[in-house]
Ligand binder design. Structure first.
Ligand SMILES: NC(=O)c1ccc[n+]([C@@H]2O[C@H](COP(=O)([O-])OP(=O)(O)OC[C@H]3O[C@@H](n4cnc5c(N)ncnc54)[C@H](O)[C@@H]3O)[C@@H](O)[C@H]2O)c1
Length: 255
């Protein structure tokens, strides 16, 4: 599919990778419906993309709210005059060990159910609702071809301190295969992109020592930037023969 033909939703578009993908899509001539819980940053994105070849529309969206997702997809379809794509990017972290023992006091702490529910609610259930509503709209309006790109993570293989996040990202990678098969009759491809560590607000605030250790473990010798991931998202949109697969973009680090 040509980027300039896309009428595409980007979730989590207010900052980080989502904002970068939305800007790149608009620059390439796509119609973009940007959704996020952060309305002020969305307004800045609208300003920043004025004068692009394409057009960016923005609206508040909480992917963890089922009614919000349905309303957003309906709005996006109307604003763009159609819908043929989704970059399913919204995500959060609530890291913690499932069970932790304090070395000094011996006190046991646990990952709370709230930590679990928050991450599963946004990163998995929210992502599933976005796919369900987007595909239902495409099918109802006989819009094809279509393409969906899910943001998974190298953490899908399992990562210390990320029971909740790894579970959601592993499920999203698996669902990308499931959906590629379910939606093939509708002409809709589904893929996932799995970043290693990327410089975004999500990863800011990490102490220098931890950061240096991560960089040392990455064969290309640096943390990723959103443009590295854009190249993978662009490929997943453009290559009509790429379907039901996950692209790892992690500088060769793995986990
Ligand atoms: N940064 C990394 O190192 C990294 C690595 C692997 C995977 N990822 C994944 O890539 C995606 C983008 O990450 P990022 O680093 O740009 O993160 P980020 O925190 O910079 O941006 C995420 C965006 O999602 C939005 N969001 C959060 N909850 C939402 C909700 N309920 N509804 C709508 N929007 C919501 C946030 O407001 C934010 O704008 C996420 O799915 C993340 O899990 C990131």
């Amino acid at each position: 599919m040509q980027l300039s033909d896309m009428k595409i939703i980007v979730t989590g578009a207010a900052q980080g990778m989502g904002a970068h993908f939305a800007r790149r899509l608009a620059e390439a001539g796509a119609q973009v419906a940007a959704g996020d819980v952060k309305e002020e940053l969305l307004a800045e994105l609208v300003e920043a993309t004025k004068g692009s070849k394409g057009k960016l529309f923005a609206k508040k969206l909480d992917v963890s709210n089922e009614a919000d997702v349905g309303a957003f997809v309906e709005w996006a379809h109307g604003a763009m005059g159609g819908l043929n794509g989704l970059v399913n990017n919204a995500g959060i972290l609530r890291d913690g060990l499932l069970v932790k023992k304090d070395r000094t006091t011996g006190a046991i702490t646990k990952m709370t159910k709230d930590q679990w529910d928050a991450v599963i609610g946004v990163n998995l259930t929210g992502a599933v609702m976005m796919v369900r509503e987007t595909v239902a709209k495409m099918v109802a309006t006989e819009q094809k071809p279509g393409v969906i790109v899910n943001m998974s993570s190298v953490a899908r293989h399992g990562n210390r301190g990320q029971s909740n996040y790894s579970s959601a990202k592993a499920a999203l990678a698996a669902q990308s295969v499931t959906w590629s098969r379910e939606f093939a009759p509708f002409g809709i491809r589904v893929n996932a992109v799995a970043p290693g560590m990327v410089e975004t607000p999500m990863t800011q605030g990490m102490n220098q020592k931890a950061r240096d250790a991560i960089v040392a473990s990455i064969p290309v010798g640096r943390i990723g930037v959103p443009e590295d991931l854009w190249l993978a998202v662009k490929f997943a949109i453009e290559c009509d023969y790429f379907n039901g697969r996950v692209i790892d973009v992690d500088g060769g680090a793995g986990l």
